[in-house]
Design a protein around this ligand. Structure first.
Ligand SMILES: Cc1ncc(COP(=O)(O)O)c(C=O)c1O
Length: 317
């Protein structure tokens, strides 16, 4: 490896390792290739979206020096923005539901962000953020953006989020895999990762099959009946339409239960030494199921979205 000096921690965003999960998939035909996004400076893939959204806003002139940045977050997008804003000198206001784990709020505050916590909807369950909870967070984020004359990063609509994964995550994956990828699976929050990687990978190989994952009880995007919008897979599965999502990129919709995600996240730590969060377990669980069925023999790529350290206050570990 060449030894280089970085001028800020922003240069440490991206260029994550791609690892073959041969231990957890032992006995199955095919491969799972995992991009270790928890090794980013904010310990999640959302550092990439944070950087790209801010850089594109600077280039477009929609963000001025010293202007406040406001964003709704389940914690990871906010942590990424806290880092990028700290380095670039923008005050950052993170608006988060009380349903998300509190490690995230503490981390953002440590990184200099102002964190505004929003009560969950009546009957909301701590640790389980629903689309309804998010609507409340959105309302507060909108109000604060106006009050502070801020720049709203807007991860659900800002194409910088998709571009981060289209230009970088997907390109890195493709190069690291030596062009050997047949399928991609992703648990969607904003669908920034799903759409970015699907677009980026399909540029190289249009026939790559991209599977979108949702919680077992909330298959909203699949157009199936939602029996319970609450679930434990933090960071996505919001049971709502997603502005980024272009249906033509979805080969199929898959569902993963809380139990499957949890069990697989634990196995990832035990068998592969990869200490990740619920949604990473959901991705790997879906990939394992595909290798046992219709994707037998295929090479399936995915992202390990964030670190298990973010869930030490939950039942995960
Ligand atoms: C832990 C975790 N997993 C999955 C996602 C979903 O990623 P995306 O918003 O790119 O769909 C997020 C988004 O914040 C996340 O924090």
């Amino acid at each position: 490896m060449t030894q280089t000096l970085s001028s800020s921690v922003i240069e440490a965003i991206g260029k994550t390792p791609l690892v073959s999960l041969s231990r957890i998939s032992m006995g199955l035909e095919g491969r799972i290739l995992a991009k270790l996004e928890y090794l980013n400076p904010g310990f999640s893939k959302k550092d990439r979206a944070a950087l790209q959204m801010i850089v594109e806003a600077e280039q477009a002139g929609t963000l001025s020096p010293g202007q406040a940045v406001v964003e709704l977050t389940s914690g990871n997008q906010g942590t990424g923005l806290s880092i990028v804003c700290a380095v670039k000198g923008y005050p950052f206001v993170a608006v988060m539901s009380k349903g998300n784990s509190m490690e995230r709020a503490r981390m953002m505050r440590a990184l200099g962000a102002e964190v505004v916590l929003v009560d969950q909807a009546p009957n909301g369950i701590p640790g389980q953020v629903s689309g309804e909870d998010l609507e409340r967070v959105e309302e507060v984020a909108r109000r604060l953006t106006i009050e502070r004359r801020g720049f709203r990063a807007d991860q659900f609509r800002n194409q910088g989020n998709v571009h981060a994964h289209e230009y970088y995550t997907a390109e890195e994956m493709w190069a690291q895999a030596g062009g050997q990828i047949d399928a991609f699976v992703d648990f969607a929050g904003t669908a920034g990762t799903f759409m970015g990687c699907a677009r980026g990978l399909k540029k190289h190989k249009p026939e790559i099959r991209c599977y979108l994952i949702e919680p077992h009880t909330a298959p909203h995007l699949a157009g199936k009946r939602v029996s319970n919008p609450s679930h434990q897979i933090q960071g996505g599965g919001y049971n709502m339409d997603l502005p980024f999502l272009e249906r033509s990129f979805v080969h199929d919709y898959l569902q993963v239960s809380d139990e499957e995600a949890i069990e697989t996240t634990r196995a990832l730590a035990r068998k592969e030494g990869i200490f990740a969060g619920f949604s990473s377990g959901a991705n790997v669980a879906a990939a394992l199921r595909l290798l046992q069925g219709r994707e037998r023999g295929a090479t399936i790529a995915l992202t390990i979205n964030d670190s298990g350290l973010k869930y030490l206050s939950t039942e995960l570990f």
